[in-house]
Write a protein that binds this ligand. Sequence first.
Ligand SMILES: C[S@@+](CC[C@H](N)C(=O)[O-])C[C@H]1O[C@@H](n2cnc3c(N)ncnc32)[C@H](O)[C@@H]1O
Length: 277
Amino acid sequence: MVLPSIVGFAFWRDPIAVGDSIYDAVPWLERSWSAMAESRERFLQGSEAWYSRNLSGIDGCVCELGCGFGRLLVPLARRGVCVHGMDASAARVAAARELFATLGSGESTFEVLRMPEVPRGRQFDAVILALNAIGYVRTFEDKVTLMRGIASILKPGGLLLMDQRRGSLLLRLVRRWPGLKGKIAQTTGANLVSGLRWDSSASGIRETFELQAADGTVQVFHDTFRFCSVSATLRMLQASGFRIERCDGGFSGGAFRPWSRTIAIVARRTHDTDPGH
Ligand SMILES: C[S@@+](CC[C@H](N)C(=O)[O-])C[C@H]1O[C@@H](n2cnc3c(N)ncnc32)[C@H](O)[C@@H]1O
């Protein structure tokens, strides 16, 4: 989840191998956070409120890349907005389909797709790239491909909302940082503990999750993230045909400052962008 601090750096080496993702094993992970540390819950609720607030004027179709079970799309679907989610995890896409079938609201589509691929076949009024999703795309070239892909699926003037966690020099210095800790679901009684560490061979952040079942069996999962600096992200957006409208220093609002631990970006596809570039 990369909740604690994350890194800003401009260059990295070759792609790295990653273990099985926690998201396949626990498709409803964010739901269980209410049983975890309060700060994590606040962080999640803050992200929900920030995305909802910034999407309040949107009536056309909204696409989320790395949507999980569709947590951030639920408020939109509830007010009848058409939603399209994609995620690399088939288990999460199945969870999203199950959840949205119960909402009985407007049009909703979910597909298994891996960024930097983007859904094709329609143009959206807004795209969401939430909770450090940019970090899952690990090479600079793929991040550029992703940004251009997003510009190409947005209508001219369409909105891109994204966030990126920072603070990372610290992680490089201390090398390890605690992550999530708590019961994954009251019913199963499984415990989840995660930790972040700076992985020099990957020039990135590796989050290791240990899931301990009630019978004591332990399963280990890994996710690896690579971030570029905030200034590199903003330059990449501009080069891909976005105008930056606002940078918040977190989900509770307030302008971004050099010491902010999160940047939450509101960008708009310019009308003169050629998505084929
Ligand atoms: C931290 S979760 C956030 C989910 C959702 N955005 C939310 O806020 O509830 C990150 C999601 O990204 C998905 N993911 C990771 N790498 C991906 C990739 N390359 N392409 C698409 N989805 C990816 C994971 O399966 C997971 O569901």
